[in-house]
Design a binder for this molecule. Sequence first.
Ligand SMILES: Cc1cc2nc3c(=O)[nH]c(=O)nc-3n(C[C@H](O)[C@H](O)[C@H](O)COP(=O)(O)OP(=O)(O)OC[C@H]3O[C@@H](n4cnc5c(N)ncnc54)[C@H](O)[C@@H]3O)c2cc1C
Length: 417
Amino acid sequence: MSDHRGTSVDVVVLGAGIVGVSAAIAVRQRGMSVILVDRREPGSETSYGNAGILSSGSILPLNKPSLWAALPGYVTNRHAALRWDPAWAIRNIDWLARFLANATPSRTRPRATALHGLIGASLKLHREWIVKADAGQRIRETGWLKVWRSDAVATAKEEQAFLAEYGIESQILDRQAISALEPNIVPVYKVGILHTQTASVDSPGAVVKAYAKMFADSGGEIRQSDIKAIAPDGEGWRVLLSDGEISARHVVVALGPWSADLLRPLGYRVPLAFERGYHREFKPNPARSLLRPIHDADGSFLMTPMEQGIRVTSGVELTARDAPSSFAQLDAVVPVACEVLEFGEAVGEPWRGARPTLPDSLPMIGPAPRHPGLWLAFGNQHIGFTTGPATGAAIAAMIDGAAPSFDVGAFSPRRYL
Ligand SMILES: Cc1cc2nc3c(=O)[nH]c(=O)nc-3n(C[C@H](O)[C@H](O)[C@H](O)COP(=O)(O)OP(=O)(O)OC[C@H]3O[C@@H](n4cnc5c(N)ncnc54)[C@H](O)[C@@H]3O)c2cc1C
């Protein structure tokens, strides 16, 4: 057994979700020595339970102008799309106010532009890495279908026009076209929009594990250990673990929803909130398979065909990260999903995760303002599985003194710290 006290490397990456694993791969590709630390196996938390969509078109965050029209529907706390804990809302009124203040047209377009750059760079890396990591069989280039039961042609066309401004392709579908694409769902949807450049995977957790193996095969080290604290140490950093410590020139904080905790003792108060979400998987009916993820816009749920079965994911629950689970949203949407696609009994237990979100719905990607050698890579909200690779690659470039492949200006940690 090796005692890791005194181990010294160029870079320690904290957190082995999609963001941390990606940072570790990219730093290693630049020839630096790297240790990747997580208390669990890579890809076991938020990066495990998501809907597996590699979304080209998710450039509009939740706090966009149309949120205002939807708000009255959320006030009574019965909507499947959004539930909120009043006590949490009072304690976090400042975060809520800042989140809502961003939902204006003038503050939305620059964020969409920034996210478009991040997403484009990331999809390129995913498509390259998934093959290199021997997980190419997990990706499906079948797009992502958003559907409405209501007569939402105008909404779909508006969405299409907006995406087209960024060169993102989509197709508007009527009932017949939806049935032609997904013959096994009940034809309850009047209108759909197919995001043709979007891909999906059949197990996001397995993809992260494959990426982590690729990192280890390239000479990187993975340590399973609880991270207790980080402290500046001369020119570099000391990372205190439950079973030892590591010295490094650079530390990357990629702890997803746990990132703010570790930074507080250093004087950084990160305004990170948690858009919690749930999933449950069901045995597929082999005669009624689904070919791509489907987002039921009126029903506020997603169905994705996964390795284990049909994964139904719920909307947003705004509450404390570690508050007890409430399955109300999942319980509301599962029967609706079941009416659309015939599937069998549940597989395993319901899963809960927390999308880490800053008030402007943009991640932090860059150096911590007051601590040289400390790098922040978190806050990837609803699209972290998509955007993890480019988030990590940008951090690696900056550590190496190089320019990232996309404009990271909007993601600077300085905007909040
Ligand atoms: C219901 C739902 C559906 C989603 N669907 C999609 C989707 O379809 N497409 C998409 O792009 N995104 C989706 N997302 C968002 C996406 O899953 C997240 O943004 C992304 O997984 C965040 O990755 P991460 O690496 O930042 O965090 P995580 O994957 O949570 O990784 C953080 C890691 O830090 C580790 N850690 C934390 N604290 C410590 C400590 N003290 N010591 C050691 N280790 C520690 C954890 O064990 C964990 O492995 C969805 C999210 C949810 C909840």
